[in-house]
Design a binder for this molecule. Structure first.
Ligand code: GUN
Ligand code: FE
Length: 422
């Protein structure tokens, strides 16, 4: 079935570029984009139209790194750096997801909050619990969130008796979990928590599972200086952190690495060469005092950079807030670098929070023909009156900074309208 969406369409086809169709039309056939037009071509004249009026039709967001079982501690416990924070807050919070009923309540709310805020694609960590991970996948699926979820693997340096597996359990449960994943829009991704959480034996087994089953991998990299020093002690044979993943076949095309705050030129070059995806998580990096990521440098070097909320190290689930934070963090970096690195522009940060992430899932750039539609409709009519007529790009900038879930009037995910408040 063909239908037409009308409104002010703004997408990011390339880093730093916007495609704007003021009062434009997006033609959809069975959820697949057939084109974006300034004026509707004759051939579609008879198709039904959804007219979003003067509202903005933007790309939806891709959150490329977040911890679902840390949602209950959102906005709390950020008085410690990473390694102490994991032991004091994150591990005890995640341990509660041994109860699938508790998981159901929390994950339903998380999925609803994600979709209400226009996040339609995720690359997400669950906890180590198999049942709760299925519950998470099912709740995302039901809410209209698509993407990848990983049962976490951790067989050392966790919380023994509370949140830690044996190597044998970790492998067995991973296979059981993979065999039980039957969701249309939410797929499994292998998730060794980070090098300090996984023995060499477990990493080796996960590398073999990834190869046998053709699975993607996600983890953490070079987030915090103490973490990096710890990894060096654990793997004296590796001169850099990334090599501890590479050694076991986990460093490959589409491997997702959160943070990379302290990755140097050589580590970044290894990312670029392998096709590894870096996830910049600006709120988390400041909250738990990890550092300010050199995003401009990464982009200049051709590293694939995306954005993540990293809740609950990050305190903001909505990706429009993370986009604004990425701009702020890049300005902090600019100040620290005495102006040597350019801050991110609004257009660039929008690209990182949308197209750059969506590409991971096989999408092309912006609202590309042939892609299934992932979009949000933003109503900015209640924003403060600027006193003069704003251009569309000014309204776009203001929307990214000021919108909230109430201003999101509709959400399209994988070609389906999953939120409609008109
Ligand atoms: N490194 C290993 N586990 C975690 C986690 O849960 N959050 C963050 N920010 N970093 C980690
Ligand atoms: Fe994380």
């Amino acid at each position: 079935m063909i239908r037409v969406l009308k409104g002010n369409l703004i997408s990011a086809p390339r880093l730093g570029e916007l495609h704007v169709a003021e009062g434009g039309c997006l033609v959809l056939e069975d959820g697949v984009i057939r084109g974006v037009f300034h004026k509707l071509p004759e051939q579609y004249a008879a198709a039904p139209v959804t007219d979003y009026g003067d509202r903005l039709i933007l790309q939806s967001f891709a959150d490329m790194h977040l911890h679902a079982p840390q949602y209950p501690m959102l906005g709390m416990g950020m008085d410690q750096p990473l390694l102490a924070w994991l032991n004091s807050y994150a591990f005890p919070t995640e341990a509660r997801f041994s109860d699938p009923h508790y998981a159901r309540i929390i994950y339903r709310r998380l999925a609803e909050e994600l979709i209400a805020n226009g996040t339609t694609r995720v690359c997400m960590f669950s906890s180590l619990h198999t049942e709760a991970t299925w519950v998470l996948m099912e709740e995302l699926e039901n809410a209209g969130v698509t993407g990848y979820v990983g049962k976490v693997n951790m067989d050392r340096n966790g919380a023994p008796g509370l949140l830690q597996e044996t190597t044998e359990e970790s492998v067995r449960e991973t296979i059981r979990w993979l065999e039980g994943c039957r969701f249309d829009h939410v797929k499994p991704i292998l998730t060794p928590r980070f090098t300090p959480s996984c023995t060499d034996e477990l990493m080796e087994k996960l590398g073999a599972i990834a190869a046998e089953r053709g699975l993607y991998v996600q983890s953490h990299l070079s987030e915090n200086r103490d973490e990096i020093a710890w990894v060096r002690r654990l793997h004296p044979d590796c001169s850099q952190y990334w090599e501890t993943y590479d050694k076991y076949g986990l460093w490959k095309d589409h491997t997702v690495m959160a943070h990379c705050v302290h990755s140097d030129e050589r580590e970044r070059d290894a990312m670029r060469r392998a096709g590894v995806v870096a996830v910049h998580c600006p709120d988390s990096n400041v909250n738990i005092c990890s550092g300010i990521c050199p995003v401009r440098q990464m982009l200049r070097e051709g590293v694939w950079v995306t954005l993540g909320s990293d809740i609950a190290g990050g305190d903001q689930l909505p990706m429009y807030r993370v986009i604004a934070s990425a701009i702020r963090a890049s300005k902090a970096r600019n100040i620290m670098d005495n102006g040597r690195t350019e801050p991110l522009t609004v257009e660039e940060a929008y690209y990182l929070g949308t197209t750059s992430g969506h590409r991971f899932f096989g999408a092309r750039e912006g609202f590309a023909s042939g892609d299934r539609l992932h979009a949000i409709v933003v109503d900015d009519s209640d924003f403060p009156d600027s006193g003069y007529r704003l251009s569309l790009t000014q309204r776009f900038e203001r929307a990214l900074y000021l919108m909230d879930s109430c201003s999101i009037a509709a959400v399209w995910s994988d070609g389906r309208c999953v939120v409609e408040k008109l």
